[in-house]
Design a protein. Structure first.
Length: 247
């Protein structure tokens, strides 16, 4: 039982959202639930400040941002709204392996009048497009094995000047928040099932820092963020890391 062990060891388990045969209706319901959870937990807020600084440091042109494993696209949409209010030009793109998630993301963008380009990609098997100012990811790293996480971080570092990863932090408090929060903020059984499992499979901030070092992202910084999140930040100083063989 995670609460008794204190979640000292990582326990990665299959999640329903990762199943390719997940019913389309249940998938869309889960994406709506995750959007509410991201809004409440401030996923876009966690990423916004470093992105705003980056945009301010690139005057005269728009800052290009890629959201990896974007899901329903709610994070780039929220970042686009913040950028519009701040008067900072961002070119926002998102990629995901799921056609259901991408269709949902495009539909929500059309409803809100947001300009975000979405495209399909298997980020663990295909190279990412390059020349982005920032490559970001929210709540995806904990779905991966250590080897996959290292490969993803290496690919993100090769694709952008800045890497930002917002993810869950494995802890007893995080587990309790996930169990309660998923039930308060969503009616989706998929979200109820996956939320606590996500925390069990999450990395600690120190583990995330070690993964970044193994991926060649030297001097990556990992800081805790409310509620039970961390933000991994890396800025390319010279050359991008060398791509290894895909996991």
């Amino acid at each position: 039982m995670p609460l008794l062990s204190g979640l000292r060891e990582r326990h990665l388990q299959p999640e329903w959202m990762d199943r390719p045969d997940l019913d389309e209706g249940r998938h869309r319901d889960a994406l709506c639930g995750l959007e509410r959870i991201n809004r409440w937990s401030g996923s876009a807020r966690i990423l916004w400040r470093p992105l705003a600084r980056l945009a301010a440091e690139t005057p005269g042109r728009a800052c290009r941002v890629l959201d990896v494993a974007t899901g329903g696209g709610d994070v780039p949409r929220a970042l686009g709204r913040r950028a519009r209010r701040a008067g900072l030009p961002l070119i926002l793109e998102g990629c995901d392996i799921s056609p259901v998630a991408l269709a949902h993301a495009r539909r929500r963008c059309a409803e809100e009048g947001m300009e975000v380009r979405f495209f399909q990609a298997d980020v663990l098997r295909e190279p990412l497009p390059t020349e982005y100012d920032a490559v970001i990811s929210s709540l995806f790293l904990h779905h991966l094995t250590e080897e996959q996480a290292i490969e993803l971080l290496r690919r993100m570092g090769a694709a952008g000047r800045v890497v930002l990863v917002n993810d869950l932090m494995r802890s007893r408090t995080g587990y309790l928040l996930a169990w309660v929060g998923t039930r308060l903020l969503s009616r989706s059984e998929v979200v109820h099932f996956d939320g606590p499992r996500s925390v069990e499979g999450a990395f600690t901030p120190e583990e995330a820092r070690q993964l970044a070092e193994a991926a060649g992202l030297a001097c990556a910084v990992v800081r805790r963020r409310w509620p039970c999140r961390y933000l991994l930040s890396w800025h390319r100083s010279e050359q991008p890391p060398t791509l290894g063989r895909p996991s």
